[in-house]
Design a protein around this ligand. Structure first.
Ligand code: NAD
Length: 354
């Protein structure tokens, strides 16, 4: 199992080091891994003048999976757009054909107080949002600005999905549901959008292959409402790029703590890029204060979704749960009565709990 490690900037290297610690601990128990690091984001600009240096892309292409930290920081904010660290992320997603974004929103029982929702509504929350990442109104043509017949300025975009694009993301949704609670909710706006009408038809067709999965459909406005009204009704949600962008942020915030949220972006063959949802947090970088659990949980997703090593993924997740149950907290999730630890100590605690 060949893994490219792209730690990036800010807290990226600090949190990725903890995920690597965890993977190396599993390697000592027999998991066969090969890890190789390369500069990425601002670090790529510093080393090679490019946020995604050729050698880094080559390594990422050759690997089975990529583990990223985060990129960006004030030092790079004045660079021209193509050299901005964030361009590295967009380019690597495109180069690797990563069209499926998986974002779990899990609320650990110990952190129920961090959510803005009442404990009785949100405790036990465990949702997976599967978002299409390379199509929809963000990429559809034509798009642009023009003057209309009345001499007024107009902006326009095109919402567009082809049947194969819908089919492949639906497949990912059904397969994710099979690995979890076997419920899939497809979110669209079928009552007003042609794109959504096709979306629903194709999802219903793919469903015939997965009789074990209970499929439902919701309009996106209702889905947004249901996520705050009764989020535990959901297991896996599959949706397009635009709706998924909004709903995945909404769902992740139900958990209240950005330092806990992993993500995966997958290609058609299961190769994936795994990264925390959060950014490089320059405000706390270099202070041993970042929460490494999102990065550690990203490595668990990697074992599950790219390598099909569910048992090893569960071991990491169980270790994280156990560390939280012991009262270990980084500053972002600290509350009275728990024990504040730094980034490195949190990583060590997870390794000890394995
Ligand atoms: P951010 O996610 O980096 O930080 C937002 C807030 O959350 C900050 O207060 C930060 O301290 C805190 N935070 C984030 N991760 C944390 C963790 N693991 N533990 C504890 N606290 C944590 O978002 P931002 O401040 O808007 O962006 C900072 C930089 O990151 C920018 O350059 C931005 O472009 C970049 N960014 C990168 C990615 C990525 O690499 N995928 C994503 C988002 C933002």
């Amino acid at each position: 199992m060949k893994i490219a490690i792209l730690a990036g900037d800010g807290i990226g290297p600090e949190i990725v080091a903890q995920a690597v610690k965890v993977l190396k601990a599993l390697a000592r128990d027999g998991l066969r891994l090969e890890l190789e690091e390369a500069p990425f984001g601002g670090a790529g600009c510093d080393a090679h003048g490019d946020p995604l240096p050729e050698t880094t892309l080559k390594l990422a292409r050759a690997a089975d999976a990529v583990l990223c930290g985060a990129v960006g920081g004030p030092k790079y904010d004045a660079l021209p757009r193509p050299q901005r660290p964030e361009q590295g992320i967009l380019r690597i997603r495109k180069a690797l054909g990563l069209f499926a974004n998986l974002r779990p929103a899990v609320l650990f029982p110990e952190l129920v107080g961090a959510s803005t929702l009442k404990p009785e509504v949100v405790s036990g929350l465990d949702i997976m949002i599967v978002r299409e990442l390379t199509g929809d109104i963000y990429f559809g043509e034509p798009r642009g600005r023009r003057m209309n017949a009345h001499g007024e300025r107009e902006g326009y975009d095109t919402m567009l999905y082809s049947e194969p694009e819908i089919r492949r993301i639906a497949e990912i949704g059904f397969r994710a549901a099979l690995k979890r609670g076997k419920k899939l909710c497809s979110v669209d706006k079928e009552n007003v959008l042609e794109t959504s009408r096709l979306w629903r038809e194709v999802v219903n067709d793919v469903a015939k292959k997965y009789p074990q999965v209970a499929l439902s459909h919701l309009y996106v406005d209702n889905a947004a409402m249901q996520l705050v009204r009764d989020p535990r009704q959901f297991d896996v949600i599959v949706t397009g790029n635009l709706f998924g962008d909004i709903l995945s942020d909404e769902a992740s915030m139900l958990t209240g703590s950005i330092g806990m949220l992993p993500s995966a972006s997958l290609d058609a063959g299961g190769k994936g890029l795994y990264e925390p949802v959060h950014g490089s947090a320059p405000d706390i970088a270099g202070r041993d204060a970042a929460n490494p659990l999102a990065a550690i949980l990203s490595s668990a997703m990697m074992l599950r979704y790219t390598f099909n090593k569910d048992e090893w993924a569960c071991r990491i997740e169980a270790a994280v749960k156990s560390v939280l149950a012991q009262g270990c907290r980084t500053a972002d999730i600290y509350e009275a009565g728990t024990r504040k630890v730094g980034t490195g100590a949190m990583g060590d605690a997870v390794v000890a709990a394995l």
